[in-house]
Structures are given as structure tokens and as C-alpha cells.
Design a protein around this ligand. Structure first.
Ligand code: 5AD
Ligand code: SF4
Length: 481
């Protein structure tokens, strides 16, 4: 069935280190032993996740391990015997927020001395961070980074034996397959296709904390998707810091476009999403794949970061404003109903008022369906943090406000196009207040619509016509069930 794979004999194949099955088997054995102690005591966990979808996906693995070691899930921190923070460090405020969160748990820990408090995720990979936290918060006993999730049972065992541990080995280029995972969304799932990032955008800390780029084997990606579809999932999101560079290191013998073609053959898979895409790697071939494969969704999250070519150069983004605009134009001509979302940073070092106006004019011109906007936040160790012409906070704030106002206006304009639009919606949730039950879900191109309907339709596909719009959303009516 999956015979479309194309291998490139002339590509120098990079060998990726896989965590051996024997090491994983040893972890499962530890988990089994722990569960004999933990399960009868009815211990419960609470995992709080910060940051991007990669972290959300990692938390699914942690929850999988926690179930395997005998824990069940608590509804809040107060009920939990183990609290785990999965952290992000992309912007500075995340650190302040985490410190506040951990500090606030001191009282709870005093009242419940047996409770375990752990911290993991990207922030733990920052140099010196694990040490700093262990010193500052004696009530924290477990710290680990992004590359050692496969060793969770072993780390938990050490902590249950009274140790305080921090494991932040880089173990770069390693991939661990077949880890347990707890996915509680029955219709849609995240699937990693690659880890790490080699782009070194000058503002970004991710390449330092998540390590070098490494792609999973297409067969592993595909067999995970097949088992998800067999469990009832119909929508998947292929995840990576930069999915378009899938296989760029030659380790898989496939490009991202090849992978899309390969995965799209999985029977029963209705929707394939992917994120994030880097404009520099969005090839003609990827565009053709989006246009031609029936289950690849017509939505691209394409972070632009700035609309000014000089700033893009200083950001090390490797494309110009014009190149970005030409990708948008090409994709729109190939796929007329495509929607774009983006990420934008304002107040990058050296961003003049004129350069900021270029970002504003790009946003005006493109008409993104949505934009995630950020004030530049210097991250220690990155190239931009050392640049001299840092922009004052007050200026960043004002630019962010202006940009958000513009995007809000563009969202309204974008919504207005949808009056009378009809298409299939995957029902994601239900707003069950008052007499009328409002369901909501997305069209394949990521536009969300609200409509009256019965909660039984949750996780099903229904056809919805848009009848009205309000400020942020589309309102519609079902035309059949
Ligand atoms: N400051 C502000 N925003 C940042 N991002 C990444 N690093 C920084 C930073 N130092 C934003 C980018 C990226 C998104 C995930 O976070 O827009 O696409
Ligand atoms: Fe960071 Fe750039 Fe890599 Fe995205 S592509 S994770 S912004 S370095």
C-alpha cells in the first residue's frame, strides 16, 4: 500500500542515533515495578504545559509514562501527588511566570511533604537553569530536559527513593520511537516528523535548547498515523520547528513534499495539517503537493516575522519581503481557498519606524486569517541579544498595539468573505450555555465556525453554511448532519 516512497541514492545519508529498544524495554520494566507501589496508593499527577505544540506533544508522552507508572490524572494541583511543569523559554516572561508558579507551590508542599514537584521542557536546557532552580527551590526534586523523556521511569524512581535530580543531557541527534503517549483528543492528533532546528534565526533560542535538526523515518511517521486512524482519528498535524526542512539532512531519503504524498495515502485520513513552515524552504514541490493532494488542508502557518528585508536579514531569515509575498501569491493562484496564518515580531533590534511600517503594509497586503504577534524579547546566548540598537520597551508595546489593531481589522475583512460559504466542518467542541447549544469546529482551511447543533455531533463532520460574522468568528447553520 505504501509503495510510493522515493529514495535518493545520491544523497549522503546522515545516520541518526536511535535510542535502542533494549534501553526502552528497561524503562518499561522500571515503570511496571513502580506501578505496583503507585497504583494501590491511588496517586495522581497534574501536568501543566507552556509553549508550543511540540511541548503539548511531549506532555502527551509524559502523561503516557505517568499512567504506565501507576498514576491517574488529578483535576487540579491541590489534588495531585506529582506536579510537573513542562516549560517554554522562547520569550522572557515565561521564566518569570514559571518562577511565580513554583514559588506558589511551597505551601502545598509543606502541607503534603510526599508530593513530588518536577520541571521539564525547553527552559531546563538553558545553560545553568537546572542548577539555579534546584538551589532556589528546595521543594523541587525533579528536573529534566527535552531529550531524555524516554528515561522518565528511571528518573521518577530515583526521586521516589529520595534523590533530587537534574538530567539535562543533550544526547543530540537521538530519536526515541514507540514511547507511551496519552492522547485525549479522539478526533485530531499531533505527530512529530522532526525534532530540533538548524536555522539559528538570530532572535531564537530554540536551536540552542532543542538541538540539531533530525527527521523521523517516514515509515515510523506513517505507522504512527495508521494506528491513530485505526483508533478513530481523522485529522493529524505534522509537527516540527520547520516541517519543510524534513529530510534536508538526507537522513530519510525524502523531502517534506514526498512525505506529504506518502502520508496522504493512508486510508481514512481525512485531514493533514502541518506546522510550522519556514518560507525559505517552502518549495514549488510542497506547493504542488498542497494543491494536488485531496486530504492536505488548505492552510499554511507561515511565520513572516517582519515585512522589512533589512530586518529579515538581521534576523537571519534568508528570504526577502518580496520572496515572501511571491510565495503567498503563488500559493493563492494554485489553491484559491488557501488561508495563511503567521508569527510576527515587533521591536527587533534596529527596527526603525519605517521598517515597522513595512511590517504593517505587509499585513495589510497579505490579509492573514490570524497572526500571532510578539514584542521582541532578548534571549541570552542568541545573536540578536548582543545587537546594539535595542528598541525601547515602550516603543515595542506601542507597535504591538498598532499591529494588533490592524490584524483585528484584517480578521473582520477576512471573515466577511465567508458569508454564504459552505463546506465540511469537523466538530471540535460545544458551547453548552443557556437554551441553545452552539457547536464549533473548523473548515479544512482552518477557519473556525460556530453553529447550533446537538452535542452528539462532536467529533463528526457536518456541512455548515456561514450566515453571519461577528468580530472574531463565523456563525453558520448546518445544512445536514
Ligand atoms: N522574542 C519574541 N518573539 C520570539 N519568537 C521566537 N523568539 C522570540 C523572541 N526572542 C516568536 C517567533 C516565533 C514564535 C514561535 O515565537 O515569532 O515564530
Ligand atoms: Fe527558531 Fe527560526 Fe528555528 Fe523557528 S526556524 S525554531 S524561529 S530558529
Amino acid at each position: 500500500m505504501y509503495n510510493k516512497m522515493k529514495f535518493y541514492g545520491d544523497i549522503k545519508m546522515k545516520s541518526i542515533h536511535y535510542i535502542p529498544e533494549s534501553e526502552l524495554a528497561a524503562q518499561h520494566t522500571i515503570a511496571e515495578t513502580l506501578s505496583k507501589e503507585i497504583e494501590p496508593r491511588g496517586l495522581r499527577f497534574f501536568v501543566e504545559t507552556f509553549g508550543c505544540q511540540m511541548n503539548v506533544r511531549d506532555s502527551e508522552t509524559l502523561k503516557g509514562w505517568l499512567y504506565e507508572t501507576g498514576y491517574s490524572e488529578a483535576s487540579d494541583k491541590e489534588q495531585a501527588d506529582l506536579i510537573l511543569f513542562n516549560t517554554c523559554c522562547v520569550r522572557d516572561h515565561a521564566e518569570k511566570r514559571l518562577m511565580g508558579n513554583i514559588g506558589a507551590l511551597k505551601e502545598l508542599k509543606d502541607a503534603k511533604p510526599g508530593m513530588i514537584i518536577g520541571i521539564c521542557g525547553c527552559m531546563m536546557q538553558q545553560e545553568g537553569m537546572a542548577k539555579k532552580l534546584l538551589k532556589r527551590f528546595p521543594h523541587v526534586s525533579l528536573i529534566f530536559g527535552t531529550n531524555v523523556l524516554y528515561r522518565f521511569p528511571e528518573m521518577l524512581k530515583a526521586v521516589m527513593n529520595g534523590e533530587r535530580i537534574a538530567v539535562t543531557d543533550r544526547a543530540e541527534d537521538a530519536i526515541a520511537e514507540d514511547l507511551p503517549k496519552l492522547r485525549d483528543n479522539p478526533r485530531s492528533a499531533f505527530v512529530n516528523i522532526m525534532y530540533g532546528c538548524d536555522n539559528f534565526c538570530s532572535y531564537c533560542i530554540v536551536p540552542y535548547v532543542r538541538g540539531r535538526e533530525r527527521s523521523r523515518k517516514a515509515e515510523d511517521v506513517c505507522s504512527e498515523i495508521v494506528s491513530l486512524v485505526n483508533s478513530g482519528i481523522t485529522e493529524i498535524t505534522l509537527l516540527g520547528q520547520n516541517v519543510n526542512s524534513y529530510g534536508n539532512d538526507g537522513s530519510t531519503g525524502m523531502t517534506f513534499a514526498d512525505l506529504l504524498r506518502y502520508v496522504s495515502d493512508v486510508p481514512g485520513l481525512k485531514r493533514i495539517r502541518f506546522m510550522s513552515s519556514h518560507p525559505k524552504d517552502l518549495t514549488e514541490d510542497v506547493m504542488q503537493a498542497i494543491a494536488s493532494l485531496p486530504n492536505v488542508c488548505h492552510h499554511v502557518h507561515l511565520p513572516v516575522q517582519s515585512g522589512n528585508t533589512e530586518i529579515l536579514k538581521r534576523m537571519n531569515r534568508k528570504y526577502t519581503r518580496e520572496q515572501y509575498l511571491s510565495i503567498i501569491e503563488k500559493l493563492r493562484s494554485l489553491v484559491p481557498d488557501i488561508e495563511f496564518t503567521t508569527d510576527i515580531i515587533v521591536g527587533f533590534p534596529g527596527e526603525s519606524e519605517e521598517a515597522f511600517r513595512d511590517t504593517m503594509s505587509l499585513v495589510e497586503q497579505v490579509g492573514f486569517a490570524a497572526a500571532f504577534t510578539f514584542a521582541y524579547s532578548p534571549r541570552q546566548g542568541t545573536a540578536a541579544a548582543k545587537m546594539e540598537d535595542q528598541v525601547p520597551e515602550s516603543v515595542k508595546k506601542r507597535r504591538l498595539r498598532e499591529l494588533n489593531e490592524l490584524q483585528a481589522k484584517k480578521t473582520v475583512e477576512n471573515n466577511a468573505k465567508y458569508i454564504g460559504h459552505c463546506g465540511e466542518v469537523l466538530v471540535e467542541g460545544c458551547d453548552c450555555r443557556g437554551d441553545e447549544t452552539m457547536l464549533y469546529g473548523k473548515y479544512q482551511n482552518f477557519k473556525m465556525v460556530y453553529f447550533p447543533g446537538k452535542p452528539e455531533l462532536l467529533n463528526r463532520y457536518v456541512n455548515v453554511i456561514v450566515t453571519k460574522t461577528n468580530k472574531n468568528s463565523l456563525l453558520g447553520e448546518m445544512i445536514d448532519a
